[in-house]
Design a protein around this ligand. Structure first.
Ligand SMILES: Nc1ncnc2c1ncn2[C@@H]1O[C@H](COP(=O)(O)OP(=O)(O)OP(=O)(O)O)[C@@H](O)[C@H]1O
Length: 232
């Protein structure tokens, strides 16, 4: 399989603070679902933010489809974010004064391709909510809107930082199963940070981060289905 992302000897130190990431090297294959686990403060979000270009590493390179994103100027980086990368977080960050439809359309880039709103909203089961406002939705529904906004631009990679951290079991499982569906249907590569080891069991690969290094990197030959998950 082809690597969509090559992380080469990445380190991160915030000013004079301690070194947070220590020479991390990884390859992320296109179309895979990778979970990152590890104790609080181990460096998962810092690594994810460097992988997505939100944060510059102190040293090392991040090759996205062969191009080093750490060398991009601000305009090129903004284009890269607008067209190639999707993000979802524990908080949904929907704009409260906009409808669901308007929130999703924020994800569409003027310069790039996009999926049709009807297709995406049906896939995510939010087609009847398009004219509602975020305050009228449950947390699970809001997160599905955030997923729609993140993927409508046809990103290559979707980065998820604790994306089910605020959801109950039913809503959390729904989001996980939809992410698997999105990956199968559109081939979007998913990198998902979680503290929930059951979610990790549904992944193709589990990377454990400890004290700024990769402790384990395991390929999962037989991931469990979302129905088989218990919830912790
Ligand atoms: N902007 C910053 N300035 C200084 N230190 C930072 C900054 N951002 C993160 N850190 C430190 O880097 C370390 C790793 O943080 P990070 O958020 O990457 O961990 P994490 O594994 O994602 O934790 P959690 O699971 O709690 O989200 C922590 O010690 C944190 O305090």
């Amino acid at each position: 399989m082809e690597a969509v992302l090559l992380i080469n000897k990445v380190t991160k130190q915030f000013r004079k603070h301690e070194v947070i990431l220590k020479e991390i090297s990884l390859e992320i294959e296109a179309g895979t679902f990778t979970v990152m686990v590890g104790a609080s403060g181990s460096g998962k979000s810092t690594l994810l933010n460097i992988m997505s270009g939100l944060l510059k590493p102190t040293s090392g390179s991040i090759l996205y489809k062969g191009q080093d994103i750490t060398k991009f100027d601000d305009n090129r980086l903004a284009d890269f974010h607008r067209n190639e990368i999707g993000h979802i977080f524990q908080n949904y960050y929907l704009l409260s004064h906009l409808t669901v439809e308007e929130n999703i359309n924020i994800g569409i880039s003027e310069t790039g391709d996009h999926y049709e709103l009807t297709e995406i909203s049906k896939l995510l089961g939010i087609e009847d909510l398009l004219h509602h406002f975020p305050s009228e939705l449950s947390g699970g529904q809001q997160q599905r809107v955030a997923v729609a906004r993140a993927i409508i631009k046809k990103p290559s990679i979707l980065y998820c930082d604790e994306a089910t951290g605020a959801l109950d079991e039913a809503n959390g499982k729904k989001v996980i199963s939809l992410l698997h569906l999105i990956r199968q249907q559109y081939g979007i590569t998913i990198v998902f940070i979680t503290h929930n080891h059951e979610i990790a069991k549904t992944a193709d690969r589990v990377i454990t981060v400890k004290d700024g290094s990769i402790l384990h990197d395991m390929l999962c030959a037989n991931p469990i289905s979302v129905e088989q998950m218990s919830w912790v």
